[in-house]
Ligand binder design. Structure first.
Ligand code: FAD
Length: 488
């Protein structure tokens, strides 16, 4: 198969920018990999793990290694959950991630699995050609190092800094050293940061209103600045992510969950959506939508927050746990992919990477390295309100809206457009949203309750990790839940 050159994906570009600025080492979190269960149990237990995303796969894999008898129940017909690579229906040589986009070399637990399977890592590289901005009605093509008249009211220094320099000045340079130890999230000064929104944090560091707007419209993590816990932003988006260079897996990120699941093919039951979990004391009964039921001594539930809200638990979950599940927010995320007969941005010698404050969000360009004139992809990442905006719209409406906006930025899009694919995580019945996104105060109020077990029922998933909205956080949460069951 031909390889795809990937230029973009907002989180990766963000990481690479800071790698290029040399800030990576500054906030290297250097977390040791999650501590796996070791040794074989002398008392094998029957355990059901619900959900074959990275957290469920990690839990099931580790418990099996330890000698337990595991059954993995998954609603979809594939493993991976929110790690999902799209190959069909794109032209040969093109693929894209509809979910998790980039790993980081500081994902120490993920790296253990990646090394185990011998996957090839492709370092993320910044486009050499200019990046396009469309902000406040103004289009700017910006080459690396170029000074730009940003269309916001900025101080003289902020004008010089540009979007990434602003993040450096107002976030990276100001974070307390304690951010390097995410496990200390419930101690000061991190607790105080949790109660501070990203927006308030920026303001407290002296950012002008124009600078906050510029950050909001160009940085994926700032989609809801007033509704984002400063602590969760600092730990998940800076502490861990900034630790090292970003990379993707050659052939697609879903290779990781697929390879993990192959080791457990005999115990995974696909197309088994769970609806009820009853702890009967000596055993736990799990019932699916289709009426089939399974029993085990222990259960690990890894369902995304909004799905979890729909599960019937008996006995009922404690009040603080129910409140935590209901109140912890998730970030709306969607992706829209347009396949074009050719990379139209090349005509103007641009990279295709485009940041906008339009309803089309940020655009990333995918080109086929072996056929640079051939089919190419434009991928839009929508977060927060921009993602919500496509809810309830037909595919044709979304496609038309995208093409009309993009045509003005990259002429030729309309003429050369061949396919549209929309992935809206909020309407995916087995996700019902993007990753968890703690509002100010939510980490300290809810995280422990999200993690806590309920009789013989244990909980994992990215939302139970301080490293929220990351693959590393999901894997670690699965290992943590496996350790709660243990080998004794
Ligand atoms: C658009 C997007 C971009 C992202 N970008 C990045 C990134 O660049 N880097 C990064 O590290 N992370 C990223 N993430 C976050 C990352 O994908 C998640 O943190 C991680 O994959 C979550 O794993 P999980 O096991 O907790 O949940 P999931 O992957 O959601 O797994 C839960 C599983 O439960 C299954 N399930 C749901 N309902 C039922 C039911 N009723 N019965 C049985 N099974 C059920 C689901 O099908 C799924 O397989 C991104 C996420 C999204 C959506």
């Amino acid at each position: 198969m031909k390889t795809t050159e990937k230029k973009g994906i907002s989180r990766k570009i963000f990481l690479q920018q800071f790698g290029a600025l040399g800030t990576g080492l500054l906030f290297s979190a250097s977390l040791a990999a999650a501590e796996f269960l070791s040794g074989k149990t002398k008392d094998p237990k029957r355990i059901i793990v619900i959900g074959a995303g990275l957290s469920g796969l990690a839990a099931a894999w580790n418990l099996r290694e330890a000698g337990h008898e595991v059954t993995l129940l998954e609603a979809r017909n594939r493993p991976g959950g929110r790690v999902s690579t799209l190959r069909e229906p794109f032209s040969e040589g093109l693929y894209a991630e509809e979910g998790a986009a980039a790993f980081s070399n500081s994902y120490t637990t993920a790296l253990k699995f990646i090394d185990r399977y011998g996957f090839e890592k492709i370092p993320w590289t910044l486009p050499e050609k200019p990046v396009t901005y469309h902000l406040n009605g103004k289009r700017l093509d910006v080459a690396s190092g170029e000074t730009v008249e940003w269309p916001y009211e900025l101080t003289a220094e902020e004008k010089e800094l540009g979007p990434f320099g602003l993040v450096q000045k107002y976030i990276i340079d100001t974070l307390p050293q304690e951010i390097r130890q995410p496990e200390n999230w419930n101690r000061e000064p991190l607790v105080q940061m949790d109660h501070t929104s990203l927006e308030a944090y920026l303001r407290a560091q002296g950012a002008s209103e124009g600078a906050i707007q510029l950050i909001r419209n160009t940085q994926w993590f700032a989609a809801v600045p007033g509704g984002t816990s400063g602590l969760s932003m600092a730990i998940s988006d800076f502490g861990l992510f900034m630790g090292d260079a970003p990379f993707i897996l050659k052939g697609g990120n879903d290779l990781l969950p697929r390879e993990m699941s192959k080791e457990m093919n005999d115990v995974i039951r696909y197309e088994t959506p769970v609806r009820a979990i009853e702890d009967l004391g000596k055993e736990v009964r799990v019932t699916s939508e289709t009426g089939s039921s399974f029993t085990a001594e222990k259960v690990i539930v890894t369902l995304p927050l909004k799905v979890l809200q729909k599960i019937n638990f008996s006995p009922a979950l404690s009040d603080p746990k129910t409140t935590a599940i209901e109140e912890m927010r998730v970030l709306d995320l969607a992706r829209v992919f347009l396949e074009l007969e050719k990379p139209v941005w090349r005509k103007e010698n641009l990279s295709g990477l485009t940041f906008t404050d339009l309803p089309i969000g940020q655009l990333n360009a995918y080109e086929n390295m072996n056929d640079v004139q051939g089919p190419a992809l434009l991928e839009s990442s929508l977060a927060g309100e921009a993602a919500k905006n496509i809810n309830g719209k037909s595919k044709e409406e979304v496609e038309q809206m995208f093409i009309s906006h993009i045509e003005k930025i990259h002429p030729g899009t309309k003429e050369h457009h061949t396919k549209t694919i929309i992935k809206n995580w909020s309407t995916d019945p087995y996700a019902l949203g993007g990753p968890s996104w703690p509002a100010p105060g939510s980490v300290t109020t809810h995280l422990e309750h999200l993690q806590s077990s309920h009789g013989n029922i244990h909980f994992a998933g990215e939302h139970t990790s301080i490293l929220r909205s990351t693959m590393e956080g999901a894997l670690r949460s699965g290992i943590r839940a496996a350790r709660e069951i243990g080998v004794s």
